[in-house]
Design a binder for this molecule. Structure first.
Ligand code: GAR
Length: 267
């Protein structure tokens, strides 16, 4: 067995995925250790879970940063190494018709918050950052400062739907309302879009006629608690490789996509 990987986690809420990851580290299912838990939400219940396991925690209060910016945009100090034009050209979180003032406000407030996150993460070097119910989109400002080794992404997210269906903030709700007959969850690496990065693993469940949003959330979460630790375990075993693929469709169009290949276990 090699050295334990160091895992940082960001949460916004109850932290049941965080708990599953903590338990999997403690039972050595994952050869890893959680080195910090950060949140955008001072009320996040998951903070107590971290504290119980003596994991350092911190808060970057996104809502108050966004409120302050609305009141006094001129007063807010943007990070020194921030370049709006460059970020605008790379971010792909917005529909094409979004006006640039809205985009600029979003990027400025998020970069202020993200610079704060980076500052608070600094004392805790890590190999992998897991988003465990972290309900904020990350901009290229943050992503590029974490993914410093090209071709080796290291920010993972869990999403409550079978991506690329139902990205966004309410995956199980959107799955249910659409009338889908199966639902599921997805673990993927983060890229510049919303829930659009290379897929690492997925689990699915049947949606029965008498299911409700609550019952499908229950089914989904139970699968998330298995899937996330499994994907982190693959990362710790260095078995996740991202590969840029180019495919030709029957209609002649080229499709380019970065995908995750899962390598066989070294014996
Ligand atoms: C989970 O269902 C997770 O998939 C979802 O939030 C919930 C967090 O629960 N994440 C997202 O929607 C991300 N866009 P938890 O705090 O109990 O782990």
């Amino acid at each position: 067995m090699g050295e334990k990987i160091r895992i940082g986690a960001l949460i916004s809420g109850g932290g049941t995925n965080l708990q599953a990851i903590i338990d999997s580290c403690e039972s050595e299912k994952i050869d890893g250790k959680i080195v910090f838990v950060g949140t955008d939400n001072p009320e996040a219940k998951g903070l107590a879970r971290a504290a119980k396991h003596n994991i350092p925690t911190f808060v970057v209060d996104y809502s108050s940063i966004i409120r302050e910016y609305r009141k006094n945009p001129g007063e807010m100090r943007l990070p020194g190494d921030f370049e709006m034009k460059d970020l605008l050209s790379r971010i792909s979180l917005f529909p094409p018709e979004t006006d640039s003032e809205k985009k600029e406000k979003f990027i400025a407030t998020r970069a202020i918050a993200e610079a704060e996150l980076i500052k608070k993460m600094k004392p805790y070097p890590f190999d992998l950052l897991v988003l465990a119910g972290f309900m904020r989109n990350l901009t290229p400002y943050f992503i590029d400062r974490i993914n410093t080794d090209p071709g080796n992404p290291r920010i993972m997210n869990i999403h409550p739907a079978l991506l690329p269906a139902f990205p966004g903030t309410d995956g199980y709700g959107d799955t249910f309302r659409y009338g889908s007959k199966i639902g599921g969850c997805t673990v993927h690496f983060i890229d510049y879009g919303e829930d659009s990065g290379p897929i690492i693993g997925q689990r699915s469940f049947q949606i029965d006629p008498d299911d409700t949003i609550d019952s499908i959330k229950k089914k989904g979460l139970a699968l998330e608690w298995e899937l996330y630790p499994e994907c982190i375990r693959l990362f710790a075993q260095k078995r996740l490789k991202t590969v840029k693929m180019t495919y030709k469709r029957d209609d002649g169009k080229e499709v380019k996509r970065t995908v995750v290949k899962i390598l066989k276990c070294e014996q």
